[in-house]
Design a protein around this ligand. Structure first.
Ligand code: UT7
Length: 329
């Protein structure tokens, strides 16, 4: 264990596929309206992957930008963690495909599956490995092609989920000026609220499961809504308390882009001005594990997040799962 060593975010990057789909586009094939989607979710448009674009293709675009921003070459990389619930394949890992695509010859790595909480948990895993000295740097990516698992005939889910990737390079910081000050994670095991029923070892893919649409996301929207509001507001308070700071000390919160109404309700409960959250759900939608790193990259590149700031990442989703990371940037 390397005592007194910090972990610094050295660079971030993100990628949204060029195909933009508006609410009006969706209302041509679904029984929905632009007004319903905007008022119930805050989403106006989202990006969808082009035919043939898989999670690793999106991940590679975001990863190259993060490496550039960090001033690192692929050959310098020692660890790659990819958070995804929509991997290119069941095997090999998407991390392996990123490693090959980058030509990161020295890197090891793995995928981490925890739906929308996956990126924040991957940051947590990476910082642990950096602190033990197992790696000096890590590329952490969240990449999703959610439209693979969204039923285009289900208006309750197809209007929410979207595609994209975000990445961050974490490095050891011997002077510990930057660091991850506190982290939380949790699970409330549940398969009914949010799941893809078929395609795993519980329910193999058959002609019948495909005909029933069991290879698509099934979601109880209301339950997810209530869980998300309660979890996000509690996580903000608890993670701050762990680090001995108050929510008022936070410069920026980067939440999972779940639903504008959820973010508003959670901030109100936590007594936080929603203006401190980086929010891009209106034009990005819900990209699951990619959502936090895409918003984080936008916060960094816009200058909202600067060295020394207290930044809170907070995410929650299927599992049910949740995770947070409080960072001195
Ligand atoms: O990352 C975690 C992933 N999960 C989420 O992000 C989901 C969190 N939950 C939500 O965002 C909201 O619950 C939804 C946006 C999914 C739904 O909003 P809601 O205000 O909770 O609506 P609801 O499910 O209670 O449905 C209200 C009505 C229903 O019609 P009836 O039964 O009242 O006639 C739905 O069938 O709205 C209907 N509805 C729609 N109408 C037009 C559901 N989806 C749509 C739609 N367009 N796209």
């Amino acid at each position: 264990m390397l005592a007194n060593m910090g972990v610094r975010f050295a660079g971030t990057g993100s990628y949204l596929p060029p195909r933009v789909v508006t609410n009006d586009d969706l209302s041509r094939t679904l029984d929905t309206t632009d007004e319903w989607i905007r008022t119930r979710t805050g989403i106006a448009s989202r990006h969808m992957a082009l035919p043939g674009q898989a999670a690793s293709d999106l991940a590679l675009e975001a990863a190259r930008k993060a490496l550039d921003a960090a001033g690192l070459k692929p050959a310098d990389l020692e660890l790659i963690i990819c958070a995804t619930m929509t991997p290119d394949h069941v095997i090999p890992s998407t991390a392996a495909l990123i490693q090959r695509g980058l030509g990161a010859e020295r890197a090891g790595g793995f995928d981490l599956s925890s739906a929308c909480s996956g990126f924040v948990l991957s940051v947590s895993a990476a910082q642990g490995l950096l602190r033990t000295g197992a790696a000096k740097n890590a590329l952490v990516v969240g990449a999703e092609v959610m439209t693979t698992f969204s039923d285009p005939t289900d208006r309750a889910t197809y209007v929410i989920f979207a595609d994209g990737a975000g990445a961050a390079v974490l490095v050891q910081d011997p002077e510990a000026r930057s660091d991850i000050l506190a982290m939380r994670q949790g699970l409330h095991g549940d398969v009914d609220v949010l799941s893809v029923p078929a395609g795993g070892s519980r329910l193999k893919t058959t002609a019948e499961t495909v005909a029933a649409g069991d290879h698509f996301i099934k979601m109880k929207g209301r339950e997810t809504f209530k869980f998300a509001v309660k979890t996000m507001s509690g996580l903000i308070a608890d993670t701050c308390a762990d680090a001995g700071v108050t929510p008022a000390d936070l410069k920026v919160i980067v939440p999972h882009q779940v639903n504008q109404r959820i973010l508003e309700a959670a901030c109100e409960r936590a007594n936080i001005d929603i203006g401190r959250c980086v929010i891009n759900i209106d034009r990005v939608g819900n990209t699951s594990a990619a959502s936090v790193p895409i918003a984080l990259d936008e916060g960094v590149r816009s200058g909202r997040i600067e060295r020394g700031d207290l930044v809170l990442l907070v995410a929650f989703g299927a599992g049910l799962s949740w995770a947070s990371a409080l960072i001195r940037w």
